[in-house]
Design a protein around this ligand. Structure first.
Ligand code: SF4
Ligand code: SF4
Length: 265
């Protein structure tokens, strides 16, 4: 792909890490903050942790105030998007004339922009996780600037490498579930558990430590210590549990007593 082809209005195409494009976003562009309006921003589990901590809200309150929850037919899993304002332009609640007020904690989708990643796209046909594409928005003038990036460098510059690493197990669950035949539906209870462990981290912590969870599952003391203190460790623990719940895979296991009770049912 030549650099000259990389401008707003191009047809969607699959990009790999070494593909290059011209782009620069700064306060001097005429389109500044236009991309923060009328946009669909899927929130990942780590996005929610960063945002609810930034706003000093419990995860449940953050979800109620700032998100919309959808159940997409393609995945049969609940997906959370940022709730836009009810103004003429459907603005992001965090955009102001001089930019984003939560910039350091902005969601993964905003970091990728003007790229999209297939793993966060819930469009029909986006079944593969390992490629990127241009978000095709004619108002974005950043493509007319002179700075050249590879997809790899852009990801690193925007801090998506770290975020994708934290979200890796969750992304894997979503992508795998998406490839299931449409008639393989999850139970309502499993969907609730997916939502809890993926998005409502404070409530998930209560669920682990204050319900019968720890009397059902074998969890070693080192892990318990880590998930008590560290939300990222708790999130990764939750993803391992979901993997076991959805696909019966991984090292998660019922303790001997619970396994026996289940067998005798
Ligand atoms: S539309 Fe493009 S160039 Fe303009 S502010 Fe958004 S990302 Fe930057
Ligand atoms: S979170 Fe920030 S960067 Fe993302 S759309 Fe909102 S204002 Fe723009």
């Amino acid at each position: 792909m030549s650099d000259s082809e990389n401008k707003a209005g191009i047809e969607p195409m699959q990009l790999g890490l070494d593909n290059r494009f011209k782009f620069r976003c700064h306060k001097g562009v005429d389109c500044f903050t236009k991309c923060c309006r009328g946009i669909n921003i899927v929130l990942t589990p780590y996005d929610i942790i960063r945002l609810k901590n930034r706003l000093q809200l419990p995860s449940e309150e953050f979800i109620a105030l700032y998100t919309d929850v959808q159940l997409l037919e393609k995945t049969d899993l609940p997906v959370v998007t940022l709730k836009l304002l009810d103004d003429e332009q459907q603005s992001c609640p965090f955009v102001r004339d001089d930019g984003c007020i939560i910039y350091e904690d902005r969601p993964t989708t905003c970091r990728y922009y003007p790229l999209g990643t297939a793993s966060l796209s819930y469009k029909e046909g986006a079944d593969k996780s390992g490629f990127y594409f241009f978000v095709n928005e004619p108002h974005c003038l950043g493509f007319e600037e002179d700075q050249v990036w590879s997809v790899r460098d852009w990801r690193e510059d925007q801090g998506v490498d770290t975020r994708d690493d934290v979200n890796a197990e969750w992304t894997d669950l979503v992508v795998r579930k998406r490839s299931f035949p449409p008639n393989m539906k999850l139970t309502e209870q499993t969907k609730k558990m997916f939502f809890l462990a993926s998005y409502n981290i404070d409530k998930f912590k209560k669920f682990v430590f204050e319900s019968s969870f720890l009397s059902l599952y074998d969890v070693d003391s080192e892990t318990l210590n880590a998930i008590q203190k560290d939300e990222i460790a708790l999130l990764k623990f939750g993803m391992k549990w979901l993997k076991w719940l959805l696909f019966k895979e991984g090292a998660f296991k019922l303790n001997a007593e619970a396994a026996q009770r289940r067998q005798s049912r």
